[in-house]
Design a protein around this ligand. Structure first.
Ligand code: GDP
Length: 352
């Protein structure tokens, strides 16, 4: 009898303890590892594959610009009605993110009309409409064109320090990873370190590089690079140019010449990419106008968006110049160059 009682008590104790034991194991066991998911913004390759780093995501890197808009968006969502002060708050926020006076005014005028005629009814509607409007203004073709029968040349222009050489290195990595044979042309013969920097990127990425003499003629460097690419059956020449020479008119004249020479058979310039530094905000637009007058710019690469509180400049660039922002730089590493995606950008900016 005593034995029976002991067996029953032990069985009851075990039944009570087993669920607790299972619960404890569940807490102490490490959660299953998740496979990293590729970013929808992943370019067709920068160094992600070589460094093992995931490609940069725009939403993780534009915190500084978002801060300038987030307060206004939060206040707006918390309102029950849309009164006159809404417009002042939105205007201030958009201007502080460097969307620019012209674009901000046009955006808000359109929205105000829709509030008046009743098609926008409340704060959430207004934010949705603002996002849709900004995204619509950012529409454009972001592909990078290649030559059908010649040697493709992509020319990079922009003032000193904006990130031309770094962008070329990042793109070289992406294109080499995609299976292309790439030649870099060190056309910035004015800045001594530029050629050296490009040499390092060439080594790192497996691209070929053509260097010139310090102070030499950049056109002849680009010409030689095209010849070498054609002779070796390479697909693409990425040509660096100077951002500063003795005078500005000389620089623009020089760029025109580089472009003419690069376009000589078998070369074909299919992209002229203007590199702009996002931290300079509206000043970048003044530079942009000068470059677009000198050479036919086909797209903008906006660098340093990661360190800028003025990311709204993306909207101003496209609105003012009518040139699409094709690529954005989000850091100094090879994987930190991504194809610009307006939808993801707008979401990250207003809701991030
Ligand atoms: P260049 O004179 O136009 O050729 O400019 P460089 O390529 O030499 O770049 C100037 C500086 O900007 C370097 O220190 C780069 O590492 C840095 N840089 C370039 N792109 C980016 C970017 O997207 N983000 C950040 N944070 N730094 C960048």
């Amino acid at each position: 009898m005593v034995v029976l009682i002991v067996v029953v008590v032990v069985a009851c104790l075990l039944l009570a303890l087993i669920p607790r034991y299972i619960a404890m194991r569940g807490r102490t066991e490490a959660p299953p590892k998740r496979e990293p998911r590729p970013s929808p913004l992943a370019p067709t390759g920068p160094a992600a594959t070589s460094t093992g780093e995931a490609p940069a995501r725009i939403g993780d890197r534009i915190a500084k610009t978002r801060e300038r808009l987030a307060g206004a968006v939060r206040n707006l969502r918390a309102r029950s009605t849309l009164d006159g002060t809404v417009w002042d708050e939105l205007e201030e926020a958009l201007l502080s993110a460097d969307v620019g006076v012209g674009t901000t005014t046009a955006l808000l005028d359109g929205l105000r009309e829709r509030v008046t005629d009743g098609t926008i009814e409340g704060p959430d509607d207004l934010i949705d409409a603002l996002k849709a409007e900004v995204e619509a203004r950012l529409a454009g073709d972001r592909s990078l064109a290649t030559s059908a029968d010649g040697t493709t040349v992509w020319l990079f222009v922009g003032v000193n320090g904006v990130g031309k050489t770094t962008t070329i290195g990042k793109l070289a990595k992406r294109e080499v990873d995609a299976g292309k044979r790439v030649v870099l042309a060190a056309g910035d013969t004015f800045r001594a370190a530029a050629g050296e920097q490009l040499g390092i990127w060439a080594e790192r990425t497996g691209a070929d590089v053509v260097q010139g003499q310090a102070g030499g003629d950049p056109s002849s460097v680009v010409f030689d690079a095209v010849q070498r690419a054609a002779a070796r059956g390479a697909d693409l020449v990425l040509a660096d140019t100077a951002g500063r020479i003795h005078t500005k008119s000389n620089l623009m004249e020089e760029l025109r010449k580089v472009r003419r020479v690069a376009d000589r058979d078998p070369g074909e310039v299919t992209e002229v990419l203007l590199v702009l530094d996002a931290t300079t905000g509206q000043n970048g637009l003044i530079q942009a106008r000068q470059f677009t007058e000198a050479v036919d710019v086909t797209g903008v690469v906006l660098t340093k968006l990661d360190g800028s509180a003025r990311g709204g400049i993306v909207v101003a660039i496209q609105d003012d110049l009518g040139i699409p922002v094709k690529l954005v730089g989000l850091g100094e590493q090879a994987e930190d160059l991504i194809v610009f995606d307006p939808h993801e950008f707008v979401d990250a900016l207003f809701d991030g």
